[in-house]
Design a protein around this ligand. Structure first.
Ligand code: MLT
Length: 242
């Protein structure tokens, strides 16, 4: 299996994702939020590029069935019900509802990957499940898109890309990696059990701490708390049932 890790959403080109299973990662916090909402019974998460599209999508799906969520610069959007904290997406709030989500980088990364044959959302929370899905369902090439932060490389997403690759290698999958893939796998392998130490001085991790989102960071850094595989289909991210 060939796996190419892409460092930021902005570096995604159609030719890198076309015909490939594309795994999008935004550990802090968009894909962790998507996984959590689905885990808590959400009918589907609509990842949209901008705020205007978010309202359009809610009107299309029926506003009474939708929760508006997301952030700009890590802070909740005016007029929305929720920010981008996974801890806000409790069962009481999201069960049987749609979540319309627009975030600075994560939902953009999904948007940029639309030429992929399949798009899946990964985080530390469901990393092993996504790696196993990539192995069992597909034998073709895989692209791993690290969303990044403010258009720049973000270490948290890269470390999670390393986890996915490491899981595949541990399952004896024969992988061919690009240089970023080799680096990501090494970083994860050499720091398992110590992920906070690797990230504590990284930009987005530290920024979320300074904004008071410590609980979000702690939550998002948990590994494999669920086996949900969120797949993008018909403009919605839903739980894979196959
Ligand atoms: C994003 O999509 O840029 C992130 O999820 C930002 C955040 O932490 O809310």
């Amino acid at each position: 299996m060939r796996i190419d890790v892409i460092a930021t959403a902005g570096e995604v080109q159609d030719s890198l994702v076309q015909g490939r299973l594309t795994i999008v990662i935004d550990v802090l916090r968009a894909t962790s939020t998507i996984v959590t909402a689905l885990l808590n019974g959400c009918k589907g998460v609509a990842p949209v590029y901008d705020i205007e599209k978010a309202w359009e999508k809610a009107n299309q799906l029926g506003t009474e069935l939708c929760l508006m969520g997301g952030e700009r610069n890590a802070v909740m959007i005016e007029g929305f019900q929720h920010g981008n904290s996974p801890l806000e997406y409790t069962r009481e709030r999201v069960d049987n509802k749609y979540v319309i989500l627009t975030t600075t980088n994560g939902t953009k990364a999904i948007h940029h990957s639309k030429e992929a044959s399949h798009i899946v959302a990964a985080s530390f929370l469901n990393g092993q499940a996504v790696a196993e899905y990539a192995h069992k369902k597909y034998f073709g090439d895989v692209a791993v898109v690290c969303a990044g932060t403010e258009g720049k490389f973000s270490l948290d997403d890269f470390l999670c890309a390393g986890k996915l690759i490491h899981t595949l290698i541990n399952n004896s999958v024969d992988v061919t990696l690009n240089d970023l893939g080799i680096a990501a796998e090494n970083l994860y392998k050499n720091n398992r059990g110590n992920l906070h130490d690797v990230l504590k001085k990284s930009f987005h991790y530290a920024r979320l701490y300074s904004l008071g989102f410590q609980k979000d960071v702690e939550y998002c850094m948990q590994e494999d708390i669920c086996s949900i595989v969120p797949v993008y289909t018909d403009e919605l991210i839903v739980v894979n049932n196959e």
